[in-house]
Write a protein that binds this ligand. Structure first.
Ligand SMILES: [Ca+2]
Ligand SMILES: [Ca+2]
Length: 129
């Protein structure tokens, strides 16, 4: 990926971009795209983040059973709180686990966290590529 080499050189703060190959013909009914995953992430966060600080933890009005499940699967840095990127990554992982089971030839989806976008003038996003 030339774009990621460019980012390493000129925008080292910027995350790498991962794009699904738009030319493959494989299809998988029911698979989620990054856009779907983004929309679901927003719904999950809006539902559980009752105090609106952008992360889900016991300060929110969440019952402990749901909280325990979320922490077990989604708290990647083990700080007891699930931030919006962790929710997003969790749904990406869940989608990829689903694809492994139902569409093993389809490949995995890679989505950058859409919530903390570091700006980088001149960087290409997936649409440009
Ligand atoms: Ca919260
Ligand atoms: Ca966390």
């Amino acid at each position: 990926m030339i774009e990621n080499d460019w980012r390493d050189e000129y925008c080292p703060e910027s995350e790498h971009v991962y794009c699904d190959c738009p030319f493959t013909v494989a299809s998988c009914d029911g698979a989620w795209t990054c856009e779907d995953i983004y929309n679901i992430s927003v719904e999950v966060i809006n539902y559980y983040d009752t105090n609106g600080d952008g992360s889900i933890n016991l300060e929110d009005e969440i019952d402990s059973e749901h909280y325990d499940v979320l922490v077990e699967y989604c708290d990647y840095n083990n700080d007891g709180s699930i931030d919006s990127c962790e929710v997003h990554q969790c749904i990406v992982d869940c989608e990829n686990a689903w694809r492994d089971e139902y569409c093993p030839d389809y490949g995995h989806v890679y989505c950058d966290c859409p919530f903390y976008v570091s700006t980088c003038d001149g960087a290409w996003n997936c649409t440009d590529i």
